[in-house]
Structures are given as C-alpha cells and as structure tokens.
Design a protein around this ligand. Structure first.
Ligand code: FE2
Ligand code: FE2
Length: 316
C-alpha cells in the first residue's frame, strides 16, 4: 500500500461531491478591508457557483451570492436565526466529512511512519477506532437535523493542510491543530444543543468531545517525544501547527474575539495539554483578519451585485 497519498486519492462513493479549496484559502488570507474582500469573492464567484451547483448549497448561493460562506461561517449559529436549519445541516455535514478525514489522517499516520515507536502506532490505532465511531455519530446527527450525506460539497482542506511528511509535524498539524479546532467546534455545538433543547445533539457531541481531548493529548505527548533534544524540529512542529491554526481560523470566525462565531474552548484545550502560552498565541493568530463588520458589509455588497446580475440575466 502506498505511503503519503494525495488528497485527491481519498476514496469516496458516488454520493460525495468534491470541492476545491479556493474559498477556504481566500478566507484564511483576507485583510480587514471591505473592497479587497469583495474583489476576492468576485474573482472566485464562477468557481464557487460551479462547485455548489446541484448541491443543497445552491439555494444559499442564489440567496446570498458568492459570499454565502461568509454568512454561514461568520455569524454565530443560534436556533432562531434565519436559515438556521440549512446552516446547521451545513455545519453537521462539514463535521461529518471532517471526521472522515480525521479517520483517514490517523490511519495514514499509523501507516506512513513504519519506524515510529509501537506506542505511537497503538495511539493512532486507538484514534482510528474513535474517529470511525465519530463518523457514524455525525452521520446520524446529520440525519437527525434533516440532512443527508453528499448534500453539500466536501472540501479536503483538512487532510491537505495537516498531512506533513515528518511525524512530528503530522501530529502537530493533525492532533494539535485540527483536533484542537474540533474541541472549539464541539464545545460550540454543545452550547447550541443546550440552547435548542436538543438532548440528542448535546449528549452525542459531549461523548465525541471527550475523545477529541484524548487525540489532542496524543499530539501534545508525541510532539514532545519526537522532538526531544532537537530544538529545530520542535520549532518546525510549532510553526506548522501555527500555520494550520491560522488557516482554520477562517478570518477570525474561530477565535477568542468577542465577535467570533466559534470561540476557543479554552478550558478543554488546557485539559488536553495546551499551555497558557500556546493559547495566548492562538488567540493572537486566530484573531487577525477582517472584523465581522467588514465581512458583513462585504457580504451585503456581494449579495446586491449578485441579485442585480440575476435580474439582468432574467431580462435579457
Ligand atoms: Fe473525531
Ligand atoms: Fe479526533
């Protein structure tokens, strides 16, 4: 079996629609400037439209234009918000494919590094077992919210950004970067479950979160073990995690800012082995990028232009 596979080699059945990473990449690098945000999205509008065609995200595109992701990502998810149900399904679907890729990531970590210690392989095998269960849990939660597998396009951004060739970087990116992000998202879903009095959601996600803490801990322990007596490698691992953290902060949507859609799960992360210093740094890295007002204003302009274009097309 091949080692270090490319993201496009991840196997999926015919229900899945693959999305390219243009949107996530733009979101990670946006400046706090309305015009530049508008320009970036205008440029990618045809690509975004082509990707959502035929999926459940198409109505979101038609309603909000190319920046529908700004609306769905940047506004906190609350039970009574407009389009809350579609956004909830979108988030559930995103988590579901995220769990799939986490399973694939942990499986690859087990297979890609034949010389790694036995205990490392056992930890990765344990993680595969957990992630397989998470895939099943989120498939059921997706159905619970009225959604289905394949209704939205899948981006392999997670797998792509986190799968480095050095095991120290791999666990830094996957187990500390992405599993840390999972802690933030799941803490937020538990809050959502409580706010909407959805016991199934609250309890299921609480079980999953307990596992994710273990996975972050694997990362915290193995980064230390792999980089023992090698300060350069340790620095490379920390830098890589920082890069992953920045990419997955979605322009401040996941951050410690007051206007964050997904706040940092501080207490959970401390329990999982993040130091105060690392968390301060995460606060800084994830808090950069455009403010919510900038993004809302850009989304408003993009929506107006999109609707005007549609009207023009209709009268042609
Ligand atoms: Fe998971
Ligand atoms: Fe995990």
């Amino acid at each position: 079996m091949k080692r270090f596979i490319e993201p496009h080699e991840l196997a999926r059945d015919s229900r899945f629609v693959r999305q390219d990473n243009a949107q996530a990449t733009i979101l990670a690098a946006l400046p706090d400037d309305v015009d530049q945000v508008v320009d970036a999205f205008e440029k990618f509008a045809p690509a975004i439209e082509a990707q959502v065609k035929g999926t459940a995200a198409e109505p979101l595109f038609e309603a909000y234009g190319p920046a529908f992701a700004l609306v769905t990502l940047n506004e906190p998810l609350r039970p009574n918000d407009p389009a809350a149900v579609t956004r909830l399904k979108l988030r559930m679907h995103g988590i579901f494919v995220g769990e799939l890729q986490a399973l694939e990531g942990a499986g690859r970590s087990l297979w890609d590094f034949p010389d790694a210690p036995w205990e490392f392989k056992m930890n990765m095998a344990r993680q595969c077992w957990d992630e397989a269960r998470h895939v099943q849990i989120f498939e059921k939660l997706l159905e619970h919210t009225g959604g289905e597998v394949g209704m939205f396009p899948e981006s392999t951004f997670l797998f792509e950004c986190a799968c480095a060739d050095d095991p120290a970087l791999r666990v830094a990116g996957v187990n500390r970067g992405l599993e840390g992000l999972a802690c933030d998202v799941f803490r937020d879903m538990i809050r959502y479950g409580e706010a909407s009095e959805d016991q199934v959601m609250t309890q299921a996600v609480d079980y999953v979160l307990a596992d994710e803490l273990t996975h972050v801990r694997f990362g915290s322990d193995w980064v230390k073990a792999f980089t023992k007596d090698d300060p350069d490698r340790y620095k490379a691992a920390q830098d890589f995690r920082r890069e992953v953290d920045k990419q997955f902060s979605f322009g401040g949507a996941r951050s410690d800012r007051e206007d964050a859609a997904i706040p940092i799960a501080w207490d959970d992360r401390v329990e999982a082995g993040f130091t105060e210093e690392e968390l301060q740094e995460l606060t800084q890295v994830s808090g950069e990028g455009p403010s919510r007002e900038t993004l809302s204003e850009a989304a408003r302009i993009l929506r107006e232009r999109h609707l005007a274009r549609r009207e023009q097309e209709a009268t042609r």
